[in-house]
Design a protein around this ligand. Sequence first.
Ligand SMILES: [Zn+2]
Length: 123
Amino acid sequence: MVGAIQTSVTCTFTFEAAHRLEWHTGKCRNLHGHSYRLDVTVAGGLDANGVVIDFDILHSVVTREVIDQWDHRDLNEVLDNPTAELLAHRAWELLTMGGLPVSALRLWETPGSWVDLTVDETS
Ligand SMILES: [Zn+2]
């Protein structure tokens, strides 16, 4: 036995939104859009039903707290400076406040660029 097996479950979501980064010296300064992808992970032990969390609950909380709020929106109306990093942190906050015990979150701004948030076990 090498160690305890950790179980985590993830749901993936997509949304379309616009933003502009005022501080940017390149073309991100201009209003433009992205097809964002959001992956939300919950980790933990299995309950009596053999699940970490019901996929339906995970799906409905993320849809309600983030996707319904941000899809087809101007993200500069959501955050003053809607970088992928700050959007990821805001999504984490919204999901936590919505009662979801998030353990990892990945926000893709493009198919090749993403931000990862995880819990720092050392702090
Ligand atoms: Zn952008």
